[in-house]
Design a protein around this ligand. Structure first.
Ligand SMILES: Cc1cc2nc3c(=O)[nH]c(=O)nc-3n(C[C@H](O)[C@H](O)[C@H](O)COP(=O)(O)OP(=O)(O)OC[C@H]3O[C@@H](n4cnc5c(N)ncnc54)[C@H](O)[C@@H]3O)c2cc1C
Length: 398
């Protein structure tokens, strides 16, 4: 593809937000060039949702996002509803299913959804420059991007470079570096929606459970999620743990309720006269191997009819308020998102333009906005992209 020397907007990053923004801007008649170092666009979208892409959520709301300014996401979310996202993709042949928590997954696959964005961009005349290193970005007058020994100029520059999570598909922190180059602050990035690891002693204790899953309520500070927890060889994973990982910080203790839909006190009360051991009773409600991990041997061996009030409270505490301090996370290589990112303090929540650098726009995951697990991150990529595309100045048509 020939490289234009001048266009209305240069978009850095051909991922979810970059392609959606390019498409919407081109629909308005803007001449757009998108630059990406990957040979194939939207690689992260293609691996999303286990290849099925959880592309939006019918219950999307600002409460589903982490951001230093919780109001920041409101405007963009209000202007792109989940139904508009559904209508767009189904209008181009995507079929989907609704799973629990109002999550919408494609039936036709993540690659199909990514392909639709690429096709739309091609049809609308967007210049897609793939396999291109972004060598330098500066702003002597208009923005100037050097790539592959060529220079492209534009009055508007959209940074849609995502975050550094999942580097195996080409993710980098270039978005953060460019933001700093233009004087913006970056809220300390860290891996989110990521499995947690345990210290060697705890890892050994939970090792017999690796591969088992159960519903739990997991809490960190005042935040709680009820969903499945999966025991792994390194620690804990599963939806509940991925959710809480975005809130957890080094050294913090998690509280786990291993029996969120039942009460130990009720189970004991129902069997109060029984000579059955407490461990056997709990083994009927929990994975059998979990009981010796969380309950002292002597307590597990006590007959239910012989339990003192204190022992009952102890058992209930161990099951419903189990406390554990993870050693860390499995890092960016296993993180679905990056928590933190470009501080939104100087970004317009309506147009995504930077108030201190006119013409510079930042969208998607590069910003300090992180969605919960459940289609919220792709929805944010699309919503911020749509708002930005709407806010870009009219084409100068030169
Ligand atoms: C395994 C996995 C599964 C996921 N599943 C889901 C899901 O089902 N639902 C959901 O809502 N979210 C999911 N996410 C998160 C979601 O994919 C991202 O939040 C979303 O893609 C972010 O969009 P973006 O446009 O900001 O960034 P991206 O889609 O990551 O796009 C950034 C683009 O910038 C390019 N780029 C980066 N660095 C450079 C550089 N140095 N030079 C040139 N180009 C560069 C990349 O190649 C990429 O094309 C998942 C993430 C992962 C890793």
């Amino acid at each position: 593809m020939t490289t234009p020397t001048h266009c209305d907007a240069i978009i850095l990053g051909a991922g979810a937000s970059g392609l959606f923004c390019a498409m919407r801007a081109a629909e308005r008649g803007l001449r757009v060039a998108v630059i990406d170092h990957a040979d194939k666009p939207a690689r992260k979208v293609r691996v999303s949702g286990g290849g099925k892409c959880n592309f939006t959520n019918l219950d999307v709301s600002p409460a589903n996002y982490l951001c230093a300014n919780p109001h920041f996401v409101k405007s963009a979310l209000a202007r792109l509803s989940p139904w508009e996202v559904v209508d767009f993709f189904t209008g181009h042949g995507v079929t989907h299913e609704q799973r629990e928590h109002s999550q919408l997954f494609t039936l036709t696959g993540a690659g199909h959804l990514a392909g639709i964005l690429v096709d739309r961009c091609h049809k609308l005349g967007v210049t897609l420059l793939l396999g291109r290193k972004i060598e330098a970005v500066d702003r002597p007058g208009p923005f100037r991007v050097s790539t592959g020994g060529e220079i492209i100029k534009a009055d508007a520059l959209v940074v849609a470079l995502g975050g550094p999570s999942w580097p195996q598909v080409g993710a980098t922190d270039l978005g953060f570096r460019l933001a700093r180059q233009f004087g913006l602050e970056v809220v300390r990035p860290r891996p989110g929606l990521v499995p947690l690891t345990l210290a060697p002693g705890d890892r050994e204790r939970f090792a017999p459970l690796a591969g088992n899953a159960l519903p739990v309520t997991i809490g960190c500070g005042s935040v709680r999620f009820t969903d499945p927890l999966l025991f792994t060889h390194k620690g804990f994973s599963g939806p509940a743990v991925l959710q809480i990982s975005s809130f957890w910080r080094d050294g913090e203790t998690l509280t786990i309720d291993f029996l969120p839909h039942d009460r130990v006190a009720d189970l004991i009360e129902t069997n109060r006269a029984s000579t059955m051991q407490l461990g056997t009773l709990l083994g009927q409600a929990l994975p059998k191997r979990l009981v010796p991990v969380i309950l002292a041997e002597s307590l597990a061996a006590t007959e239910i009819s012989q339990l003192s009030k204190r022992q009952m409270e102890d058992a209930a505490g161990r099951v419903h308020r189990f406390r554990i301090t993870p050693a860390g996370t499995e890092g960016y290589a296993k993180a679905e998102v990056t928590v933190g990112g470009v501080d939104t303090a100087h970004i317009s929540s309506k147009t995504f333009e930077c108030s201190t650098v006119p013409g510079l726009y930042i969208i998607g995951e590069t910003l300090d906005v992180t969605g919960h697990l459940g289609g919220y991150n792709l929805h944010w990529a699309f919503a911020s992209a749509a708002a930005c595309a709407q806010g870009l100045p009219e084409s100068r048509g030169e």
